[in-house]
Write a new protein. Structure first.
Length: 179
């Protein structure tokens, strides 16, 4: 955590843990200097954190809309303009760093598994419909269903490959997992 703080902001003091007490005692005895006004963006962020209504117009004062979705409510995320680290906020007030948004891969993987299941179900259903059409002498309809089944099969293959690759990428995180 101390290194992350050093990377995120400019600091006034750095000291080893055993010197922090003396450093703090020295700081509190110093004159605080002239007061500094709080920037509007900071005031707004404090209001948002306190539960103030945000809305898109207010959010545009501190952020630009992005093509990303909020990991909590799935609304549009806007990229905060000032400072580091790269941060996002949605219209309802949820906030997340880019690292948090990127780490939400389980939702993408779940969506791939659902899409794969649906595509395989469609392939099975349309194949069965083609068999039924052929058995009842509707050759043209059977050919349409067979073409659709072939198309769905290709989609299933693509989704299966993506799902397997996602499992492979997870393996260092999930030691002992067998695919």
């Amino acid at each position: 955590m101390p290194l992350a703080a050093l990377e995120a902001v400019s600091v006034d003091e750095v000291a080893p843990a055993d010197e922090l007490g003396a450093l703090l005692a020295n700081i509190v005895t110093q004159d605080s200097g002239e007061s500094v006004s709080c920037p509007e963006s900071v005031s707004l962020k404090v209001e948002i954190a306190g539960g103030a209504r945000l809305g898109s117009e207010t959010l545009r004062k501190i952020a630009d809309p992005s093509a990303l979705s909020c990991p909590d409510c799935h609304g549009v995320l806007s990229e905060i303009r000032d400072g580091q680290p790269l941060r996002y906020r949605c219209q309802t007030g949820h906030a997340a760093t880019a690292d948090v948004v990127a780490a939400r891969t389980e939702e993408v993987e779940e969506a791939m598994r659902i899409a794969l299941r649906v595509m395989e179900e469609r392939t099975t259903l349309v194949t069965r419909m083609a068999q039924d059409a052929r058995a009842s002498g509707r050759k043209a309809v059977a050919e349409l269903y067979e073409a659709r089944a072939e198309e769905y099969g290709r989609y299933s293959t693509i989704l299966r490959r993506a799902a397997v690759e996602a499992l492979r990428m997870q393996q260092p995180r999930n030691a002992g997992y067998e695919a």
